[in-house]
Design a protein around this ligand. Structure first.
Ligand code: ADP
Length: 274
């Protein structure tokens, strides 16, 4: 009977091993499919600007180079295309690091009001081109201290404001607000009265390369990676990001941040009203 027991346990061992191998193979298959899809998306994203740049170079070589004014115009356009390529490659680099969990956060205490003001200064021109007004619903001189990676949060805020301009209506408004949440959190909201997002598209917004309107968004010049980078950065901070949108009315993106312990109640709105 000793032999049969050993045989039975051996069979169990073999079965367990086979089961483990099957799981391992499934994981590898999923990873491989994911890698293929990623590479497919990358080459697709790079193709358009590459062909654009090539188009201008070929036209120049074809004789346009002799005309001084045309030469300058085409070189400027080719350069725009190269700028776009650099921008896409930078975003790709970022998303690869984020997905591999290789982003190192540099936590510090800073004033989020000042950061929002910086973003407004940087994006004012862009907004003005579409006659969009940037509104901050708090006094600039009342600091709100948070603890986070300042550069990464700057990237998040800029990205969300840029989107609100890109998908905003001409003559519209982008409003940014900060509110105290329960305990040690604040929530930053970026609200626009732009084109809005249809309900069925909302769950997919944060996927990389996902765009609601493929042609329209590409004309706007994004990489389709912005929101997935934003989400990764917020989640790396162990914080949350939310989106609410009504098609044809507008969208609101919001995210939470941890308040700084150093100056817990500075600039606290609810403190003022208490
Ligand atoms: P993109 O480079 O295309 O802007 P993002 O990842 O930043 O990529 O955004 C993904 C898609 O989400 C956009 O293509 C657009 O369709 C939609 N979207 C993002 N922000 C807004 C917004 N404020 N209003 C309406 N649609 C938006």
């Amino acid at each position: 009977s000793q032999v049969t027991t050993d045989m039975a346990s051996l069979t169990r061992e073999v079965e367990r091993f086979a089961e483990y191998n099957k799981l391992e193979i499934e994981t590898l298959k999923v990873r491989e499919a994911y890698r293929k899809e990623f590479m497919g998306n990358v080459s697709h994203e790079l193709k358009t600007p590459l062909f654009t740049v090539q188009g201008y170079i070929l036209t120049l070589l074809d004789g346009a180079i002799k005309d001084k004014a045309v030469r300058k115009k085409y070189l400027q356009r080719a350069n725009k295309g190269v700028e776009r390529l650099i921008y896409i490659v930078k975003d790709l680099d970022m998303i690869t690091k984020l997905e591999a969990g290789e982003l190192h956060l540099d936590l510090e205490d800073f004033n989020i009001v000042e950061l929002i003001q910086n973003s407004f200064d940087l994006l004012e021109m862009k907004a003005a081109k579409k006659n969009i007004t940037l509104v901050f619903d708090m006094p600039y001189d009342r600091p709100v201290m948070v603890r986070a990676d300042r550069d990464r949060i700057q990237q998040v805020v800029s990205n969300l404001i840029v989107n609100s301009i890109k998908y905003g209506k001409k003559g519209g408004t982008t409003e940014v607000s900060i509110e105290n949440l329960i305990k040690n959190k604040v929530i930053v909201r970026i609200t626009d009265n732009g084109e809005g997002i249809e309900k069925e598209n909302i769950p997919r917004l944060f996927e990389r390369f996902y765009r609601v309107d493929k042609s329209g968004s590409r004309k706007e010049g994004g990489s389709g990676l912005g929101l997935s980078i934003v989400k990764h950065i917020i989640e790396a901070h162990n914080e949350k990001i939310y989106v609410e949108s009504v098609f044809g009315v507008g969208s609101e993106f919001s995210f939470t941040l941890e308040k700084s312990k150093k100056t817990p109640e500075v600039g606290n709105k609810s403190k003022v009203s208490k």
